[in-house]
Design a protein around this ligand. Sequence first.
Ligand code: SF4
Length: 364
Amino acid sequence: MKHVDEYRDSGLSAAVAGRIRKLSTRPASFMEFCGGHTATIARYGLESLLPAQISLLSGPGCPVCVTPVGMIDRMIALARLPGMIVASYGDMLRVPGSASSLLVERGRGSADVRVVYSSYDALEAARSNPGRQVVFFGIGFETTAPATAAVVLKARELGVDNFSVVSAHKTTPGIIRALLDSDEVKLDGLICPGHVSVITGTAPYRYAAEQRRVPCVICGFEPLDVLQSVLMLVEQVESHRAGVEIQYRRGVREQGNEKARRLMDEVFEPADSVWRGIGTVPGTGLSLRPELSRWDALARYRLDLPEPQEPAGCICGKILRGAASPEECRLFGSRCTPATPVGACMVSGEGACQVRYRWRRHPA
Ligand code: SF4
């Protein structure tokens, strides 16, 4: 497959891994922010190609995994309202809330929950059901937030009043800063998310490189991309440099996508956001601007809900902070499997627990 096969070439991968082994002289822990990278690393067994002193840690970049229990409870409560249709991306249906999930509610017949492939599918559901309310559950980072912003503006343009959005979107700069400032895990480099960076450019990583002296490399999603990014990080570590470099040149520009960011700015404003197992991180969420409150489901439906209950024994939070591996969870592979997920990290194909379960990635 042109433009893919070359990034999966085993000979080239072995050559890059050889350069890493030759250059690396000291222990280093690199965090892959994005669940897409976690999946690539496990699927292609990339850790086995690296020298033992290099560790790769999973980070908080799986959107399904970081959505908190309380937000799932809220969506379930919304879905139970008479006549309501809730629309979201597929994985969100399986994420456990305090006592149920959107999928369970749908199975019981107590809620009309629909899987959509884009925010526009949700708007179409509203247009084809004028007598009912449709709420779109928007999740994800800067990658998916522009599509949610666009659909809100479209709803306003078309005057679709039976459509609204729950924004559970999150942004990257604040969480990277929070992780580094917590000093819970010592990081020697960040493998930065390629898709997010298509929108943001290099800006979210400047604090890490310039203030915390942590090297950053924006990385693509094929195995050779990841290996080359590790090599670039090792080069920075070994030469005592800390900068923001772009490995994923075929997708990312320094300045990112200004048009998409303008779209986000028109619709959203920064808000404090709760991250699963991490807590509230100031300024890392996106709320609809007050002038668009007509399409803001959180403003439209004020629900009084009990305190959310985290699943007992689940250590997703530590895993998302890079402070534990899935095998350290006593439920991993026993009570918690992809077919019976207890926590969100076992739900998504980019969640560290599901990735480890599927590919049996083991720490070095
Ligand atoms: S294995 Fe399951 S219960 Fe344990 S941390 Fe992962 S998702 Fe949570």
